[in-house]
Ligand binder design. Sequence first.
Ligand SMILES: C[S@@+](CC[C@H](N)C(=O)[O-])C[C@H]1O[C@@H](n2cnc3c(N)ncnc32)[C@H](O)[C@@H]1O
Ligand code: SF4
Length: 386
Amino acid sequence: MVSSVSNRGIFRQLQPYLVHRKDLGLAFRGSHVESVTDAPCPSGLKYYAADSTTAAFIDHNLKWAIGERAKPAFQFAYLMLPTLCNQACRGCFMGQDKQLLPGRLKGSHFEPAELDSILSFLREHSAKAVVYGGGGELFTWSGAFPLIRQIVDNGLAMVIFTNGVLLRKDDVDRLNDLGVSLIVSMRDTVEAYHDSAVGRKGFRATLETIDNALVAGFREDQRLAVEIPVTTNNDERVINDFLPVMRALGIVPLIEEYIQLSTSAEEKRLCHSFADSRRFFERACEMDRSLGFRWKPEFGQRIIAQPRCRRPLYSFAVFPSRDVVDCPSHTTCYGNLRQATLSDIIYSDRFRQALLAYRLCPCSVFYTPEQAAIPADLPEQLEDFV
Ligand SMILES: C[S@@+](CC[C@H](N)C(=O)[O-])C[C@H]1O[C@@H](n2cnc3c(N)ncnc32)[C@H](O)[C@@H]1O
Ligand code: SF4
C-alpha cells in the first residue's frame, strides 16, 4: 500500500493497486487485485465502443452504398486539430515525437461557423458524438473548453483522447458536467518506463487525472477508458498489472497493438509480430477469464475491448487541412472541405466505393488464430511482422 504517493495529493481510488519500486518509482501491481466481482463491468466506452449498434451502422451503410438506403449514418466523426503536444511519446502515430507531422495536420483551427456545419451534418446523419483523436494534446490549447461547449450545445457528445497531464481536478469535474467520455493514454505501468516512453515526467499527473475521473464518477456512466499501446517492452506488465487493475476499477482497458505509422526502424523492433500478437491476445483472454470477464480473440482484432477495427464503415475523420479521411491513421482521403461540402464528399461515388471495397485496416498487426490465417495481401508496412 502507498500513502500520499501523488505530487499534488493522494490517489483515492488507485492507491490500493500501486507500489513503490526502488529506482523505478510508482508501479501498478496486478497481484493486489483480489477480486473484481463487485466492480462495474463496462462492456465498452460510451459513444466509442464498437458494439451491436455499430454493427447496425455498418449494415446500414453497406446497404446505402448499393442504393438500398436513402442516406448514410455515422456513429461519430473524428475531429483532428492543429494542437501542440506536451509529450513526445516514442512512436506516436501522429509523428509528434519526431516533429514529423502528417501534412494534413497542418492548417488553422476550425471557425465556429465551419464547425457548426460539420456538426449539423453529423446530427442529420444519426451521429451521437465527436471524437478528438489528436494530433497533439487538446488541453495545450486555450480553445479546448469553448470547443467542447460548442459541440455539446449542438446536441452532440464528445469523446477525448488525452494524456491527462494538464488536467486539474476542476477541469475533470467540468468535463464530467459536460458528459465527456475520456480516454486517458498511458505507455507503461511503471513510472520510470512510462516517463522514458513519453519523454517527460508525466506518469503521476496522468494517474491523477485517472483518479480524479474515478472520483468524479465517469465510470458509472461507462465514460472512462485508459489506452495503452502494447509492445514487446510492456506486454508482460500490460497483462499482469494493467489489465487486472483496470478490471478492478471498472475502467475500459483499451489495450491496442502498436500502430506502425511513423515508427522508426528501431521502434519497429518493439512491435509485436503476428505470432507475438496471437500469444498476447490468448494470454490476455486467459487473464480476463481468471478475473471473470469472458471473451474470445477474433480474427482481425487489434484492441482489447473492441472487435476487429472497421471504423471507416461507421465514421470518418476531418483534418486541419480540411481533408476528409477514413480514419486518424489517415490512409484514404475522400475529398477536401475547401473544394467541396461535407455532404458532396460523403455522397460521392468515391466514398461509396471505398465502403464497398473496405477489407481490413492496415495500421498495425492484429490477431490471427494461426499463422496460415495471416492474409497473403498484407499492406507493405506489415510484411516484416509475419
Ligand atoms: C495520437 S494521441 C492524441 C491524443 C493525446 N495526445 C493522447 O496521447 O491521448 C491518440 C491516441 O493514440 C495513441 N497512440 C499514439 N501512438 C500510437 C501508436 N504508435 N500505437 C498505438 N496507439 C498510439 C495514444 O496513446 C492515444 O491514446
Ligand atoms: S501525448 Fe498523444 S499526441 Fe502527444 S506524443 Fe503522446 S501519443 Fe502523440
